[in-house]
Every structure is written in structure tokens, then in C-alpha cells.
Design a binder for this molecule. Structure first.
Ligand SMILES: Nc1nc2c(ncn2[C@@H]2O[C@H](COP(=O)(O)OP(=O)(O)O)[C@@H](O)[C@H]2O)c(=O)[nH]1
Ligand SMILES: [Mg+2]
Length: 367
């Protein structure tokens, strides 16, 4: 049987953002030509930001009727280059490719076949799924990449369940980008994250590939990329972790004020029966936090019934509440610490657990 990529008839635009890639571009074009079977109709769109090494000039020399060169003089930036390339493209599917041959062109037909066969909106070239890999990376580089991926998965529901949501090698149905172009904010380097979160693709599939070392030249991505990456993910999440912290802080005040109220209106609950007073203060703040998360922090992720979420929220804050309760009561009785401080320590211990449970458990993405 022939490979499925030799059986499909499809069309694709290959968008190549370039900045100082003069030495790579000719080899890239010939590798693309070699990789594309005759049953696939393709075009190449080079988007160059007026590279000092004149990559655009080299690309113009190599221009044929399947190649377009866009030379941007007043705009710079990888993400805007990719988005401009996608919007300019003429085919149904678009694939984004590094010019340095880190994304081997021979995978293009595979990704396209997967898109056509599964009617996927996005196909990701994945380094981290079975069959994929990375060549020439240090352990540190790998660790940073995996750490960054973990941050995305915690904050952005659309990336959960994917092995490589930060891939620079991906295919997208042009139409979903066009439809959502007003929502796309070309910040940072990870255009795929932007597309996954803002274009809400219906079907996303992954295809394994091996990421190669850069052929010539050097990477443009330096240390500030990590900071920009975190800002990008926070932006995409609607700054949700900060909202969560704000709610937590307000809930802490509610918790402590409740204790203080008990001190004045029902003093035995603050002194002799502190274990009851502490539990009441925790429950009041849990209900308060839940109300705020429902109406603010996670208001766009209200799946299932409210009763169910409330029950799950209690379950999810259970470790947090227990940590608060145990530390509050034991500190109060064992170490005779001021009850307010005891309760506060309990809150700080429980907080991170509460956050991760809420993100991944209660207000998770639609199943
Ligand atoms: N047009 C354009 N292309 C860029 C820019 N920054 C990087 N690129 C290109 O985007 C691709 C990925 O960049 P690269 O430096 O290889 O990043 P790395 O693969 O993460 O090391 C390469 O083809 C670069 O030439 C930019 O500001 N504008
Ligand atoms: Mg590269």
C-alpha cells in the first residue's frame, strides 16, 4: 500500500519567517522541492524583516512561480511575520517552518495528510510524542522547554492533552486564522499558543518529528525570551493567576475578619472552642472564594452544574482547608501562637494546592 501522503490531493502554503538566513534559504527550497510529492500543490511564502544579510535578496534570486517573497521594512517580529504570511497565503492549509532546517521539510506531506484525513484545524509537529525527538540539545535546554510546556498546561486549558503545544512547526487551516484575526495578538514567539487559545480550533492532532540542529547561522532567541514567554502565557490566560491571588487575599481577609467577629460575638468559639471557630472561618471564606471564582476568575469556564462545582470546590480546597485547620489548631494549642497568625500560616500552606486543583479540577476546560 502507498503511504497516505502519496494518496491525498491537497494544497498547502509554506510560510517561512526569516531573519539573517541567507545561507539556509537555498538548501531549504531544494529540500522542500524534494519533499513534496506531485499530488500536493504548494507555494512558499518567505517573510523577511529586511535582514541585514539580505536574505530577501537571495530569496528573490531563487523566486519561481511557487515562491513569494515579502520584505517587511518597517515591521519586525517573528509572530507578526508568521501571521502576515498566513494572511497572505492562498491555499486552504498553511504550514509554518523555520528557515534553518530545524523543521525537516520531509514531514510536511505527513502533517498535511493528517489534516486532510482527520479534518483537523491544527496539526502540530511534536518533538515529545512517541516517535519524535530532539537532536543536539543540552539537558538544560530540554528542561527549560519542558518547564515552559508545563506552565502552558497549567494556565491554558487548550494546551492540555497535547505533547508539544509550544512547537514552532505546525499546520493550520487558514480559514480559522482569518476568522479570528482581530483576536490574535502577535506578542512573543509562540504563535501556536496564540492560535490554540484564541482561534478555538475544533480538532488538534499531533504528528511526531525529530527537531534537528540549526544548519547555518545562529538562533535569534535569547534570554529575554523566557520572560516574554511567561508574560505571553499570562496574557493569554487573562492574567488568571493574579485574579486567583487577589481572590485568595480577599478570602484571607474574610477568614480573619470572621475569626475576629467570633472573638467579639461568640468568644468561646475563639478561645476554648477554637477548633470550631477556625472551621467556621474557613467555611465562610471557602464560600466567599467560590462566589468570586464563579463570577470573575473562572467565569468563562462554568461547565457542569453549580452544585457540582461547589461540591468539587469543597473537595478541591480540602487539602488546603485541612492544612489550615491542622496548622491553626496545632499552633494554637501546641505552640500557643496567636490564632490569627496560626490561621494565616494554614492559609499560606494550602494556597498553591488550592490553585492547582481549581485550574485542573473544578474549572477545567470543557470535556
Ligand atoms: N521575519 C522574521 N523572522 C524571524 C524573526 N526572528 C526569527 N525569525 C525566523 O524565525 C525562525 C525561528 O527563529 P530561530 O532563531 O531559528 O529560533 P529557534 O529555532 O527557537 O532557535 C527562523 O527562520 C528565523 O530566521 C523576526 O523577527 N522576523
Ligand atoms: Mg530555528
Amino acid at each position: 500500500m502507498t503511504k497516505k501522503e502519496n494518496r491525498i490531493f491537497a494544497e498547502i502554503s509554506i510560510v517561512v519567517p526569516t531573519y539573517n538566513e541567507k545561507e539556509n534559504i537555498e538548501i531549504l527550497f531544494s529540500e522542500i522541492k524534494k519533499a513534496m510529492p506531485s499530488n500536493i500543490d504548494y507555494e512558499i511564502i518567505v517573510v523577511d524583516d529586511n535582514s541585514p544579510d539580505k536574505t530577501w535578496e537571495k530569496a528573490l534570486e531563487l523566486m519561481t512561480n511557487t515562491v513569494t517573497v515579502i520584505r517587511r521594512v518597517n515591521i519586525k517580529g517573528l509572530s507578526t511575520a508568521i501571521l502576515d504570511g498566513i494572511l497572505f497565503s492562498a491555499k486552504k492549509y498553511v504550514i509554518v517552518l523555520d528557515a534553518d532546517l530545524q523543521h525537516p521539510p520531509q514531514y510536511i506531506p505527513k502533517l498535511l495528510a493528517e489534516a486532510v484525513e482527520k479534518d483537523a484545524d491544527v496539526v502540530i509537529g511534536s518533538r515529545y510524542m512517541k516517535g519524535g525527538g530532539v537532536e543536539g540539545w543540552s539537558k538544560t535546554r530540554l528542561l527549560i522547554s519542558k518547564g515552559a510546556s508545563l506552565i502552558a498546561k497549567l494556565l491554558l486549558p487548550s494546551t492540555r492533552g497535547l505533547t508539544d503545544p509550544m512547537s514552532g512547526f505546525f499546520l493550520v487551516k487558514k480559514e480559522i486564522v482569518v476568522r479570528n484575526k482581530e483576536k490574535l495578538n502577535p506578542y512573543g514567539y509562540k504563535v501556536l499558543l496564540e492560535i490554540l487559545e484564541r482561534c478555538k480550533p475544533n480538532k488538534v492532532v499531533e504528528v511526531p518529528y525529530t527537531f534537528k540542529p540549526r544548519l547555518y547561522g545562529k538562533s535569534k532567541l535569547g534570554a529575554k525570551v523566557i520572560v516574554e514567554y511567561i508574560i505571553h502565557v499570562l496574557k493569554l490566560s487573562g492574567w488568571r493567576p493574579f485574579k486567583f491571588i487577589a481572590v485568595g487575599a480577599a478570602g484571607t481577609v474574610v477568614n480573619l475578619v470572621t475569626l475576629l467577629l467570633l472573638k467579639y460575638v461568640a468568644s468561646p468559639l475563639y478561645l476554648d472552642y477554637f477548633f470550631i471557630g477556625s472551621a467556621i472561618a474557613i467555611e465562610v471564606s471557602v464560600l466567599f472564594n467560590f462566589a468570586l471564582h464563579e463570577t470573575w476568575t473562572f467565569k468563562d469556564r462554568l461547565y457542569g452544574t453549580r452544585i457540582r462545582r461547589l461540591a468539587l470546590f469543597h473537595l478541591s480546597v480540602f487539602p488546603s482547608a485541612i492544612a489550615q485547620y491542622i496548622s491553626a489548631v496545632s499552633l494554637r494549642y501546641g505552640l500557643s501562637i496567636n490564632p490569627i497568625i496560626a490561621q494565616l500560616i494554614g492559609i499560606l500552606i494550602g494556597f498553591p494546592i488550592n490553585y492547582v486543583f481549581s485550574e485542573l479540577g473544578i474549572w477545567k476546560k470543557k470535556a
